[in-house]
Design a protein around this ligand. Structure first.
Ligand SMILES: C[S@@+](CC[C@H](N)C(=O)[O-])C[C@H]1O[C@@H](n2cnc3c(N)ncnc32)[C@H](O)[C@@H]1O
Length: 308
C-alpha cells in the first residue's frame, strides 16, 4: 500500500480524527481571537475619529469663518512666509515670530469679545499688527483711514502698548451703516453688526484708557472738513484702508504726505490683492512722483512706507 492509500484508508481516518478535531479547534480559537481584536481596533478607530470630529467642530466654532467671513485657522506655508516678510521688514526674526504669534492671539481674542470683526485675512492682519511696533514709529499718534468696526485700531493700541508705547488713535470713517466701497455692491456684513460709531466705541473700550480716549471723526477722508478736523498733528503711523479705488488711494497718499511725521510709517492695506488692483496702481504711480515716502516692503497684503 502506498503512503496516500495508507492515509486515506478508513482505519487511518478514524485514528487521525481526534488530531484533526484538535487542529480545527485551535484554528477556530485563533480566528475568533483575531476577529475580536479586529472589532476592538475598529471600535478604537471609530472613537478616535469621533474625538477628532468633536475637536474640529469646537475649533471651527472658535476660529471658523462663520460670523466673520474668513476662517482664522492657520496653515504652515502662509505663516512661514509671513514670518520671513515681517523679519525682513523688522530686521529681527525672533521679534517677528513673537509679534506674529502675539498678534494672532489678540485677533482671536478681539473677535471673540468685540462687536463685528477685523477686515481681511488672518496673515494680513497679523502682519500689520506685528510689524508696525517693530518699525519703531517716531511718535505715538496713529491715524486709521477706514476703520469698519474699529477693531484693528483696538488691536494696534494693544500691540503698541506691549512695546512700551503710549498710543493715541484718530479714526476717520463715514460710518454709513455698511462698509462703503466704490464699485462694490453694499451688503450686510458677515458679522451681522451694523457699521456705526457705537460698535467702534465698544471695541475701542476693550483696549482700556487709550481706546476710550480715541478720537473718532465721521466723514470721508477726501472731504476738506474731515481733513481739517484731524490735520492738527503729525502722525507717527497712518493706516490707509478706506476707499480702495486708485483715485481714493491716490488722494489718501497725497494727504498722508502732508500729515506724516518725519520717519512715520504709512501702511497701505490690501496692496497687491487682485480684488483691489487700484491700490498697487495708486502706490506705484505715487512713488514715481515727488514724495517723502520710501517703500520698505510688504507683509501678506500690506505695503509699508517710511516718510523722510
Ligand atoms: C476695509 S474697511 C476697513 C477695515 C479696517 N481697517 C480693519 O482693519 O478692520 C474699509 C472702511 O473704509 C470706509 N470707507 C470707504 N470710503 C471711505 C473714505 N473715502 N474715507 C474714509 N473711509 C472710507 C468703509 O466704509 C469701511 O468702513
Amino acid at each position: 500500500m502506498n503512503s496516500r492509500a495508507l492515509l486515506t484508508s478508513s482505519a487511518s481516518r478514524r485514528l487521525l480524527r481526534p488530531v484533526a478535531e484538535l487542529i480545527d479547534q485551535r484554528i477556530d480559537r485563533r480566528l475568533r481571537a483575531a476577529a475580536a481584536a479586529d472589532a476592538a481596533d475598529r471600535e478604537a478607530l471609530r472613537d478616535a475619529a469621533e474625538a477628532v470630529k468633536r475637536q474640529q467642530l469646537t475649533l471651527d466654532l472658535l476660529l471658523g469663518s462663520s460670523g466673520r467671513g474668513l476662517s482664522r485657522i492657520v496653515s504652515p506655508g502662509p505663516l512661514n512666509r509671513l514670518h520671513s516678510e515681517v523679519a525682513e521688514l523688522a530686521g529681527d526674526r525672533d521679534a517677528a515670530v513673537r509679534n506674529v504669534a502675539t498678534a494672532y492671539r489678540l485677533l482671536v481674542a478681539l473677535e471673540s469679545l468685540g462687536t463685528g470683526r477685523i477686515a481681511g485675512g488672518t496673515m494680513n492682519i497679523c502682519g500689520k499688527l506685528g510689524t508696525i511696533p517693530l518699525l519703531d514709529p517716531p511718535n505715538d499718534e496713529i491715524l486709521e483711514i477706514g476703520t469698519l468696526y474699529g477693531m484693528f485700531s483696538t488691536g494696534l493700541i494693544r500691540m503698541m502698548e506691549r512695546d512700551g508705547r503710549s498710543p493715541s488713535v484718530t479714526i476717520v470713517d463715514p460710518f454709513a451703516g455698511v462698509q462703503l466701497q466704490p464699485g462694490t455692491p453694499q451688503r450686510s456684513d458677515p458679522s451681522g453688526t451694523p457699521v456705526d460709531e457705537h460698535a467702534v466705541r465698544t471695541n475701542l473700550a476693550l483696549a482700556g484708557p487709550a481706546g476710550v480716549a480715541a478720537r473718532i471723526q465721521k466723514g470721508f477722508s477726501e472731504d476738506p472738513d474731515t481733513r481739517a478736523a484731524v490735520s492738527d498733528r503729525s502722525y507717527g503711523v497712518i493706516v490707509v484702508d478706506g476707499d480702495h479705488s486708485a483715485e481714493g488711494v491716490a488722494k489718501d497718499l497725497e494727504w498722508a504726505e502732508e500729515i506724516a511725521a518725519p520717519g512715520a510709517i504709512v501702511v497701505l492695506d490690501d496692496f497687491g490683492d487682485p480684488k483691489w488692483p487700484g491700490i498697487k496702481e495708486a502706490l506705484d504711480k505715487h512713488l514715481t512722483g515727488t514724495t517723502r515716502f520710501t517703500y520698505l516692503g510688504k507683509a501678506a497684503l500690506s505695503a509699508f512706507l517710511r516718510a523722510s
